[in-house]
Design a protein around this ligand. Sequence first.
Ligand code: SF4
Ligand code: SF4
Length: 358
Amino acid sequence: MIVDEDTGIYNWLLATSRGKQIPLFGMIELTGQCNLYCRHCFVTSEERKAPGLTTQQYIKLLEQMHKSGTFFVMLSGGEIFLRTDLYAIIEKAKELRLSVRLFTNGTLITREVAHKITTLYPEAVEISLYGAKNNTHDWLTRVPGSFEKTVAAIELLTERGVLVVVKNVWMRFNWSEADDWLTLVEKLGGVPRWSANVVPENNGGLSPTELRLNDEQLMELYDWELAWKQKNDRFKNSYPEETCNKINNDGNNLERVMGCGATINNYLIDFRGEVMPCPQIRLSAGNVLNAPFGHIWKNSRLFNQLRAMRDLPVSGCQGCTYWRHCNRCPGLAWIEDGGFTLPSSWACKIARIYSEVE
Ligand code: SF4
Ligand code: SF4
């Protein structure tokens, strides 16, 4: 079942799950292992060794997630196609009538794999492509030939009718290829999606953030996005839109502490089985190997503490004149600025630049 994010049904699902705190969106990191070594990756070298849980543990987990109200499941990694039991996990999710999105670097998707994917009817396959040229993409992934394989995977899937979201993170080294990247994605039949949010490592390490766009490039990004928006009705560029569900800027300048879906209607389960609010908030609410998911979702002290802060105003944001362009992530505010209740310096920087060039 394809759920169109522009429809009333989708909006109703969002509103209802928010109101009733139903865990509608769940991301599972199936493994920490990956065959690429991307320079901006948030997975730490220690986490890269984690193989994930067993097939049976994932099957049981999917049943618990389904029982608790999850409908949208995102399977992520590391690289999910390194798991030899991936099809069995997807088949279980489909048996439960869940909507499945696959997050992959695409390099392991051969003609046979592409064919198999079509038989599993994922909602979408989300593939990262970091430039329009092989040198650029391969420099980031540190694996020669990865660009060719990723491009081939996108083509193999789109020509079979699979919805492929092609994702990019704009950074200092690849920004100059923005127009060519868009042309390439459109030629391949993918749906482009991008972000400028290079995020810290899962252990809080800030080295990936050195790759972020500089002020001048952020100004250019604003104009570029504006031109794109004018040409396209459905502009989707937020990361990761399905799990964030932000309501920060809803027509007033009240910035909420937890203005997104983390702990409200979305969550993450990492490759060790730890239940977390989202990919940015790497704090454990409990482990699914020790307690059923539904119990953790409802009773976790951490989740309930974050929920209690949900609608509180962010004190440092009051009176802010840049709020219309603010896309504050409480997780980034926590990692980079010292707390969930604080402004996010990265969001402030983008909002200020966007307000100045508007
Ligand atoms: S904390 Fe940030 S990354 Fe996590 S769901 Fe909220 S906005 Fe999204
Ligand atoms: S731009 Fe900064 S100060 Fe303004 S609302 Fe956003 S996070 Fe708060």
